[in-house]
Design a protein around this ligand. Structure first.
Ligand SMILES: Cc1cc2nc3c(=O)[nH]c(=O)nc-3n(C[C@H](O)[C@H](O)[C@H](O)COP(=O)(O)OP(=O)(O)OC[C@H]3O[C@@H](n4cnc5c(N)ncnc54)[C@H](O)[C@@H]3O)c2cc1C
Length: 459
């Protein structure tokens, strides 16, 4: 390891390599419930060429390499389960290109969501990207590669649906560009070529290190609004989502159910966010949404909540600060959620399951979902906050998360950004052909087994 570290310093510079105990402590954990796992060393490369050299060196020394963006995934995917090197990509944070007319941006993988948002507000105020609600230091790469979702997901799907191509360092140190950028100077999409980008999406860094990516941009319109449809019967959830998204105007749709504040307890709230180029267009869209759920309003089983403008502002914040506040509700900074990707017709079942699990384990919870596409799927989240200084509290949250993961699978859903133990639960139920193919892909790309080992080990 000593020799490896010395050579690493020659590649990235002494200032950007550390094996100090305090650094290894920080990089051994995240805010979630997974136990810490120490790296041997941490490095911050400046560019793709340095990553190529590092990965080649790691291959020679058989040292595991764990790519990391913001380290905010919460499910422990950047903990080096078998030790080795954490490759912190935060120095690679540039916005490389914005093609305003064709509505895409090319960024380095370590560019944070906050930096891209700030860059666009300054240089292209009429454009935005789909911002997740993660703290803004989360990276565009880290979020994209786990199939994240955000404020344009009801309009444009998962963030991976908004990926226009990528550049990746393969586990043998070779560099590849995938998508239109493989052939053309433009990064405007992944069709019509064989779509190799999928080899790196959802893999938790176990197949390569992504160094650049292109992301779709959307019009940032001057008039914005949110409407909140409220009902008490979870059985109506799928219908509400189906009817409201069917209008085709919603950019972001989330549901939230929380026992605090007391007035919200028992209510199921559906936020529908939309925007327009004029007041008239906004009013027209508002009326379309009313009409879509007009039958439910007539039956008096639900209705739109009146919201004073200052409150609306909170609900349209990007990223929403309410979730981050809940994340620390117990103080001590412990927070993790099961985000189960499910069809929307599981809404009521998913909600009931969340209440039952939270009650059984006596945990602080918040339930909700983000709609992906026009009702094509949802990321139903079961968020549990805990105090990291309280071992009993951590154990309760961990037990609740485990049970929720299994319940999600039983409901026909799939835990998103699954922790290593949940990955095993998923693979245990996977079609054998798919599992074998995953194993073959991994073995072919990374025969030395150095990329984020311990994750998605399908062999
Ligand atoms: C309060 C809160 C709210 C959240 N809300 C949302 C939300 O609305 N939407 C959402 O999608 N997520 C949300 N999250 C979850 C998570 O924080 C984000 O998805 C986050 O964007 C992950 O990005 P990251 O840079 O922190 O990734 P990391 O945690 O650094 O990495 C995630 C995974 O990707 C791999 N990886 C990272 N970079 C690379 C790379 N360049 N090449 C190869 N592999 C790589 C890592 O090894 C790891 O397996 C939320 C989290 C919190 C704490």
């Amino acid at each position: 390891m000593r020799q490896f570290i010395e050579q690493l310093k020659r590649i990235v510079g002494e200032a950007f390599v550390s094996d100090a105990a305090e650094e290894r402590f920080i990089y051994s954990r995240d805010q979630g419930t997974m136990p810490p796992s120490d790296p041997d060393v941490v490095a911050m490369p400046a560019d793709a060429a340095q990553i190529q050299a590092i990965v080649r060196l790691a291959g020679q020394h058989k040292v595991p390499v764990v790519p990391m963006g913001g380290g905010l995934v919460l499910s422990g995917l950047t903990r080096p389960l078998k030790g080795g090197l954490v490759l912190d990509l935060k120095r690679m944070n540039r916005v490389l290109e914005v093609n305003a007319l064709c509505r895409y941006a090319v960024v380095e993988a370590g560019c944070s969501e906050g930096m891209l948002q700030a860059y666009l507000k300054k240089h292209h105020p009429d454009l935005k990207h789909s911002m997740p609600d993660a703290p803004p230091i989360a990276t565009v790469g880290g979020n994209m590669l786990i199939h994240g979702s955000g404020h344009m997901s009801a309009w444009a799907g998962y963030h991976t649906d908004q990926l226009g191509g990528l550049e990746v360092v393969l586990p043998d140190g070779e560099l590849a560009r995938l998508g239109t950028c493989a052939v053309s100077p433009e990064w405007f999409g992944r069709a019509p070529l064989p779509d190799l980008a999928g080899l790196f999406l959802g893999w938790a860094g176990a197949t390569g290190v992504v160094t650049k990516l292109a992301i779709k941009l959307f019009p940032r319109r001057p008039f914005n609004d949110v409407r909140i449809f409220v009902c008490e019967d979870a059985e109506l959830g799928a219908q509400v989502i189906n009817k409201l998204t069917g209008v085709g105007v919603i950019e972001d749709m989330t549901a939230w159910m929380t026992p605090v504040p007391a007035w919200a307890n028992g209510l199921i709230n559906f936020n529908a966010v939309y925007s327009a180029n004029s007041k008239e267009e906004l009013t027209w869209k508002r009326e379309l949404l009313s009409a879509a759920v007009g039958d439910l309003i007539k039956q008096r089983v639900g209705g739109f909540m009146m919201l004073p403008p200052p409150m609306k502002k909170n609900f349209m914040e990007e990223p929403a600060s309410n979730l981050a506040k809940f994340a620390d509700v117990k103080k001590g900074g412990g927070f993790e959620y099961v985000g189960a990707i499910m069809p929307i017709d599981r809404f009521a079942q998913a909600y009931r399951t969340g209440l039952e699990v939270a009650e059984r384990h006596d945990v602080a919870y918040s339930l909700g979902c983000r709609v992906i596409g026009q009702g094509h799927a949802m990321m139903f989240f079961y968020a549990y906050a805990f105090n990291r200084a309280d071992q009993a509290d951590i154990a309760r949250a961990q037990a609740a998360l485990e049970e929720t993961n299994l319940a999600a699978l039983d409901m026909g859903g799939i835990p998103w950004k699954a922790e290593a133990p949940a990955q095993k639960q998923i693979m245990a139920r996977m079609d054998p052909g798919a599992l074998a193919l995953m194993g073959r892909v991994r073995a072919m790309l990374d025969p030395a087994g150095i990329m984020n080992p311990g994750n998605w080990e399908a062999m």
